[in-house]
Every structure is written in structure tokens, then in C-alpha cells.
Design a protein around this ligand. Structure first.
Ligand SMILES: C[S@@+](CC[C@H](N)C(=O)[O-])C[C@H]1O[C@@H](n2cnc3c(N)ncnc32)[C@H](O)[C@@H]1O
Length: 171
């Protein structure tokens, strides 16, 4: 089981980024998406609609108290940060881990607590990028490129890749 924890969601300012982060995590085969900050039913509904149309059992859950959540969850906790250890040097160790994995990403400034509670602080390049791209690249590396061609079995719609037009089959 692989989950994302997005820290510090703000309803109006972050709706687009948090939605895109969840869509990316879903498409790149994460199982769960947890978020802290402000609870946002409109964000949660938009992801549920995507699941209904395009498949996946991806679940979104709001976490009111992230410190408590992080104390209780049994998973390898990985914080993505440009200041962490380089992903290529750690990916094999992470793939070999038998536990569930929780990937933590920030939005605004991340509290020092997250760096401390993380089992691993991992960088996806040592340049500032974004939570969306770091999660996409992490998951694609973790799954060795499998997400790029994956099809969700329970999808109502299936895209047939085309060179110059859109083709979608209803199932
Ligand atoms: C736009 S950045 C904001 C960073 C913020 N200024 C800070 O000090 O934490 C949002 C998130 O993207 C992720 N991120 C940005 N660059 C990264 C990198 N090179 N490697 C891994 N994660 C990164 C981190 O999780 C970060 O909290």
C-alpha cells in the first residue's frame, strides 16, 4: 500500500495544486491520499468523480491532526524535499521495504517536525520543483515506469491512444 500525505491544504489558494497532486498520485498508482490543513469537500468530490469515470480504488481522506496520524500510522515515512538524500541512491532500498509507504509532501514551508519524523528525507533532484512533479517522478521510479502504460480495470472509459484525435470507448 502506498499513500501520499499532503500537508497544509488551503481551500481557495491550493484547490488547483492539491487536485492536480491527487490526480497525479492516482494516475501513478498510489492507493490513498491523505491531506491536512483545511477540510475541502469540493476537492474530495472532484477526485471521487474522476474515480467513477476513469477507474481506480484511490481514496482521499482528510486528517485533522497530522502529528497524531503520523504517530499511529505503520508505514515507512518518506518526506520528499530538495534537501534530502538523492532518490537514485535510495530507490532500491525503498523498493525492497516490506512495509506500507507514506510519502509526505509540503506546499508552504514544511515544519521541522516532518524532517525529524521521516524515516527518509528524499530529493528528486536538488533543485526546487513542485510537490506534483516530485510525487510523479518518485512513483514512476518506484514502479519502474509501469504507471505510464497502466489501465485501471474498473474504468467506465478507455482512451485509445491516437496521433491526432481523441478516441474514447465507453465500457
Ligand atoms: C513548492 S515546494 C515548497 C517548498 C517550501 N518553500 C519549503 O521550504 O518547504 C512544495 C513541496 O514540493 C516538494 N519538493 C519541491 N522540490 C523538491 C525536490 N527537488 N525533491 C523532492 N521534493 C520536492 C516538497 O515536498 C515541498 O514541500
Amino acid at each position: 500500500m502506498i499513500s501520499i500525505l499532503r500537508l497544509g491544504h488551503r481551500i481557495h489558494r491550493d484547490i488547483r495544486v492539491t487536485t492536480h497532486l491527487a490526480l497525479t498520485a492516482r494516475a501513478f498508482l498510489a492507493d490513498n491520499f491523505y491531506y491536512t490543513g483545511q477540510s475541502d469537500s469540493s476537492f474530495e468530490n472532484s477526485i471521487e468523480k474522476i474515480n467513477q469515470k476513469w477507474g481506480s480504488l484511490f481514496r482521499v481522506r482528510y486528517i485533522p491532526d497530522y502529528k497524531n496520524f503520523l504517530k499511529e500510522i505503520k508505514a515507512l515515512k518518506i518526506h520528499l524535499t530538495m534537501y534530502g538524500e538523492l532518490l537514485p541512491n535510495k530507490i532500491e532500498e525503498i523498493r525492497n521495504c516490506k512495509n506500507d509507504i507514506l510519502i509526505m509532501v509540503g506546499g508552504q514551508k514544511v515544519p521541522p517536525y516532518i524532517y525529524q519524523i521521516a524515516d527518509l528525507n528524499i530529493s528528486v533532484t536538488t533543485q526546487p520543483i513542485s510537490e506534483i512533479s516530485s510525487v510523479a517522478i518518485f512513483l514512476n521510479e518506484f514502479f519502474k515506469g509501469k504507471p505510464l502504460t497502466h489501465e485501471f480495470k474498473n474504468s467506465k472509459n478507455k482512451v485509445i491512444p491516437q496521433q491526432k484525435s481523441k478516441k474514447v470507448i465507453k465500457r
